[in-house]
Design a protein around this ligand. Structure first.
Ligand SMILES: Nc1ncnc2c1ncn2[C@@H]1O[C@H](COP(=O)(O)OP(=O)(O)OP(=O)(O)O)[C@@H](O)[C@H]1O
Length: 230
């Protein structure tokens, strides 16, 4: 029997009403289909503004879609309520956004460890995994006990990446994970992605860096601008 996809998109539609532009309707996603299997890395491919981030946000349950199905591990996120979405975020879907959502007064090490704690690891085990990742991503150890609010963009992004990789997620969403990183740390991220794929994580990614994209993508999902109704 063929392996079940971890993520299935069928006919996903999304539009925005742009209130600052006189209520203009902007159709962004029109009938997006995809099956994503364990161990695959599909990179969304298309020009700026085509809807790549919107699709990632829809799969994470942040944006509600207007039509179609987004099935993750048997749950249709297109129609799921907030509890079901929060449960999937705890157990199944990891997300590395472009920017770290800084939690005041929580140390970087604990921010990274938190998803592993939420999945049942003891504090020691979770912190050990967090420390391994922060070390691999070259975050100076003296920063680990500090809240990341004052960290540089690249330091915050490395905390964010470590948080995304601290759990073996069945599905991992990556939105420009190396945008603020130097070449050395971008290479570490490429390695982390390879290892996650080998463990069976399915990855849906946005990645403008052509070299990294060629390295990580098992396939591209071409996205085209939607024709707007006159
Ligand atoms: N919350 C929102 N409200 C209104 N319009 C939005 C919203 N989010 C995105 N858009 C619009 O939807 C379109 C697609 O945006 P999106 O960020 O998904 O594109 P993208 O392909 O990820 O672009 P880029 O490669 O530049 O990051 C853009 O025209 C954007 O202005």
């Amino acid at each position: 029997m063929a392996m079940q996809p971890i993520l299935s998109l069928r006919g996903v539609h999304k539009h925005f009403i742009q209130h600052l532009r006189g209520g203009l309707r902007l159709d962004v996603l029109a009938g997006v289909d995809l099956d994503l299997h364990p161990g695959e890395c599909v990179v969304l491919d298309g020009p700026s503004g085509v809807g790549k981030s919107s699709l990632i946000k829809a799969v994470y349950g942040t944006y509600r879609v207007d039509g179609g199905h987004i099935v993750v591990a048997g749950t249709d996120i297109a129609v799921a309520g907030p509890r079901a979405i929060m449960a999937l975020r705890r157990t199944t879907i990891g997300h590395v956004s472009q920017f770290l959502r800084v939690v005041p007064r929580v140390a970087a090490l604990d921010i990274v460890a938190e998803p592993a704690r939420a999945r049942g690891d003891t504090p020691e085990v979770a912190r050990g995994k967090a420390a391994d990742l922060l070390r691999r991503l070259n975050l100076p150890e003296k920063l680990w006990s500090l809240p990341p609010a004052t960290f540089s963009g690249g330091e915050q992004q490395r905390v964010n990446i470590a948080r995304g990789f601290v759990v073996d997620w069945p599905l991992l969403l990556l939105d420009e994970p190396t945008a603020s990183l130097d070449a050395e740390n971008a290479a570490v991220v490429a390695q982390l992605i390879d290892e996650a794929k080998d463990r069976g994580t399915a990855i849906l990614a946005i990645c403008h860096d052509g070299v990294l994209r060629a390295r990580i993508a098992t396939r591209l999902l071409p996205m085209k601008r939607v024709e707007q109704a006159a």
